[in-house]
Structures are given as structure tokens and as C-alpha cells.
Ligand binder design. Sequence first.
Ligand SMILES: Nc1ncnc2c1ncn2[C@@H]1O[C@H](COP(=O)(O)OP(=O)(O)OP(=O)(O)O)[C@@H](O)[C@H]1O
Ligand SMILES: [Mg+2]
Length: 223
Amino acid sequence: MSVVLQAESIQKSFGDPPQIILQNISMEILEGEFTALIGKSGSGKSTLLYILSGLDSPSQGKIFIKGKSWSDLSEIEKHEMRNKDLGFVFQFHYLLPELSALENITMPARKSMTLKQATEYAEYLMDEFSLSHCRDKFPNQMSGGEQQRTAIARALIQKPSILFADEPTGNLDTTNGDKVMEIFRKINKEDKTTIVFVTHDPDYAAAAGKRIHLQDGAILKID
Ligand SMILES: Nc1ncnc2c1ncn2[C@@H]1O[C@H](COP(=O)(O)OP(=O)(O)OP(=O)(O)O)[C@@H](O)[C@H]1O
Ligand SMILES: [Mg+2]
């Protein structure tokens, strides 16, 4: 299987004087892998996920996404790849308050699909996520879990080849957290979506195919 994501000697520091947050991170993720990033609070999981997904740049080292050196791509190429190939679920979701659940979900696909196609797939995702009753609701009329699931559906509408998720189950109860993990497993299996997610939950980490353990900004082990 081919390597879809590669980190080469990543270092990240913040501030002045610079404080090193990530050090000497090298790793590969293969197409179709289901990988959990785990470690204590402050160990650098979110920072690494942002760098791996091209949303933040490393202070040193290189990231290759689908074989392309991220820092060598033009802004247009990056934008295109972010929109078409990469899906993101953030630790705190960012739904647009003035759009309904359906509109939030179909937003990223407004250029690449017809409205009919986007709506049909969004309705399928809403059904899978038990969100059908929220179709025309605005975010402030939905529960936290419903909003989180809407954000995940939005990340999936373009059928990304790589999905990045920062604690996607963090604000959910067990039932909804399990539901999210089930959906991840399903798209990983059926659509071969490569998934990299951050979790604090040992059971969810155990369910992943691979775990990258971070400690103080460095890889402790991969198992
Ligand atoms: N923009 C920033 N400027 C300065 N320091 C930062 C910045 N972003 C993160 N850090 C620091 O980097 C370290 C790692 O942060 P990060 O958010 O990656 O941790 P995490 O493993 O995701 O933690 P959590 O489980 O609490 O989400 C922390 O000590 C944090 O304070
Ligand atoms: Mg974090």
C-alpha cells in the first residue's frame, strides 16, 4: 500500500524565546490506515495533527501529503487539495450559525457537486448520523452532540481520501461517541478513507489499526 502521509524530521516551536513543542517527528501513514494519536494533554497531539494536515507549518522538517511536499505547493494547489482530498473535524466545531444543518453539510460541495447530488449525500449522512430531524435547524437549535455530528458530516461530504479529526468524540456521550467511531470504521472500511484522529479514550484508541503515542512532543512508540 502506498504512503499517503509522511512527516520527515518535524520540529515545531512557538514563541520567543522559542519553546520546542514537537521534536524530531518522523512517521508514515499508509493509504487506508486508521490511526489514533494519543498522549497526555499538552503532549502535542493537536499541533501535530494540524501540521500533518497542512493547516499549520512546521518550524523545521517536511510534510508530504499524497507524495507532494506540502510547502512546495502553490496556494491554489493547497486550496484544491484541502477542499477535495482532505477532511477536517476540529476539537471545537465551527458550524456557520446562519446556515441550517443541511446547508452547513453541503457547503464544501457547492462547487464540486450539483445541489441535488450534495443534498442526496447529505441526507444519507444525516440519516447515518441520526440527524434527519435536524435537517432544517440552525446550530443554536441543536444539541452539542448534534452539532458535532453535523460538523463530521460536513467533513465527509466531499468523500475525502484523508480525514483528520481532533477529539471527534470529545464532547459526546458514550452513545454518540460510539456512533461517530462506527461511522469512522465504516468509511475506513467501505470507502478506504485514511483516518488520523486524536483521542483520549483508550477504547477508541484500541479500536484503531495503529496508535502513535506522543510524550512531551516526541513519539514515544507506535503500536
Ligand atoms: N499557538 C501556540 N503558542 C504557544 N504555545 C502553544 C501554541 N499551541 C500550542 N501550544 C503549546 O504546545 C503544547 C502542545 O499543545 P497541543 O494543543 O498540541 O496539545 P494536545 O496534546 O493537543 O493537548 P490536549 O489533549 O489538551 O488537546 C502545549 O504546551 C501548548 O500550550
Ligand atoms: Mg488538543
